[in-house]
Design a protein around this ligand. Structure first.
Ligand code: KG4
Length: 332
């Protein structure tokens, strides 16, 4: 069978990324132009500024990805931009660029759900991984337990009722004086601390849902009311408490579904404490997978991989497709 090259385009938040992936599994190029230094001074992503920077970067990043892959534009078989969820103005830059490219080179447009992309990061890391499996998706915008029935068939078993876990990480970071994006910095600081502070953990009976607003508020109050508390200990305690919540719900979901494969996905799956805790779950009845650290946070290779599977399963979009800021995983 002929190789299929997908061109992934990702602009849902603050990274402009373009990638070329072969047969959904092999990266030929994965260029990521991050805007983090631009948004850092505002303490978070400013949507309008993100859109403007995507506009400036997208052509350059695409040219570089094509060059790095050692191909020409005509070698691309399918154009696969992210169309949601994310910031609408930011999404529209990559989606519009992808549509124009698809028209110009006369190759199909196959749009990708960003959450689907995070899951697909694992197909690049593990060439042998195939659905079905249970997925814990932990990112800046989502916290989901998903039953991945097939490459393009998803069932949400649990979700956050308030903050996404990455959002809570970033808030905790800000409270202890760490700059955006705080997740990786909390991860680092926690290594130097002891988890000696008791924090509230929320569990729901007969549900796999999450809630992180209570623990986030508790951290804020502790930091404001106890000036001599060690930031390292607060970060370590927070990380331990949220990991316990994730573990408990995932164990429940594994029992409920009988799954023998567990896959982590999303930016927060780069967290070293969480990775180790989930690796410890592995036994003769359960194989645990997590993306290469470089593929956990936003990148276009994961989008190109998901786009490949959408294409193989017959998905094709028209050029009037719009961005969908609150796109759900079930609408792949
Ligand atoms: O998946 P992602 O790049 O964006 C979304 O699609 O939402 O996730 C970004 C989130 C941010 O909240 C960031 O702080 C968090 O992932 N993050 C981490 C780590 N690396 C990134 N959180 C905890 N520990 C990390 N090492």
């Amino acid at each position: 069978m002929k190789d299929i090259l997908t061109l992934g385009i990702e602009t849902s938040c603050d990274e402009t990324s373009v990638a070329v992936v072969k047969n959904g599994r092999e990266i030929l190029a994965n260029i990521i132009d991050t805007q983090i230094p631009i948004h850092e001074k505002y303490g978070g992503v400013v949507p309008e500024i993100a859109s403007r920077n995507h506009i400036e970067a997208i052509s350059r990043v695409t040219k570089y990805a094509i060059q790095k892959a050692g191909i020409t534009l005509n070698d691309i078989d399918v154009v696969t931009p992210t169309y949601g969820p994310g910031l609408v103005g930011a999404l529209l830059v990559g989606l519009s660029y992808g549509k124009a490219l698809s028209y110009a080179i006369n190759k199909p447009l196959v749009a990708v759900n960003h959450i689907h992309g995070h899951i697909a990061a694992n197909y690049i890391t593990y060439k042998e991984l195939k659905p079905p499996f249970l997925c814990l998706l932990i990112s800046g915008g989502n916290t989901l337990i998903i039953n991945v029935k097939d490459y393009v068939e998803f069932e949400v078993l649990g979700k956050t009722r308030d903050d996404a876990i990455g959002e809570a990480f970033d808030k905790v970071a800000r409270v202890v004086g760490l700059s955006y994006p705080g997740g990786p910095k909390v991860d680092k600081l926690a290594k130097e601390g002891t988890a000696n502070i008791n924090l509230p953990k929320t569990f729901f009976e007969n549900s796999l849902d999450f809630s992180f607003s209570g623990i986030k508020t508790a951290v804020i109050n502790i930091e404001h009311n106890n000036k001599n508390i060690k930031k390292e200990d607060l970060c370590a305690s927070y990380e331990k408490a949220v990991t316990e919540v994730l573990l408990q719900n995932v164990k429940k979901a594994l029992k409920q579904t009988g799954a023998n494969k567990l896959v982590l996905a999303g930016g927060v799956s780069a967290n070293l404490f969480i990775r180790e805790a989930f690796l410890n779950l592995q036994n003769e009845n359960l194989q645990v997978y997590m993306p290469d650290i470089k593929l956990c946070t936003d990148n276009a290779a994961m989008i190109a991989s998901a786009g490949y599977y959408n294409f193989i399963y017959g998905k094709k979009n028209n050029l009037d497709l719009n961005a969908v800021p609150n796109l759900k995983i079930n609408a792949y």
